[in-house]
Design a protein. Sequence first.
Length: 161
Amino acid sequence: MRGVSEPRGLDARVSELESRVAALEGDAPPAAADETAGAGIVGYQGNVSVGGGPIDWAIRYDAAAALRIPSEQLAEVLAALGSPVRLALVRTLLRGPTSTKELEAAADLSSPGQLYHHLRALTGARVVEPHGRGTYRIAGPKVVPVLVLILAAADIAGELG
């Protein structure tokens, strides 16, 4: 089963569909308007049982189209995950919905105000969402992408060996 990602721009979705149809029909991929045409396909997948249940997720995307994705929301997500405290919160939430008290303890925060400051950044970037009164979670379709971001960051940092 293919996971559902966050809504993308119509142009990006149409470009991906055109590439898929061309691949199915054995045609060459549609020409892109820039020098990255024919750059290939990038993707990731996962089958995990974290965050409250089994999740099977895969995405493949034209590399040239990926370079044209608007930067603002991408930067917001990366910035939200760029804090050690927020990363601790995300790692805790990957285990499943968690109360604010448990999150405060997991991130070793001394006040609810500090917690809500970090949760505001994570919810604003749509990484985390409220899940009932005083509880937060990472929605199922976002679990694998968040794990991939963590893994990619570890790879870039040289932590994978």
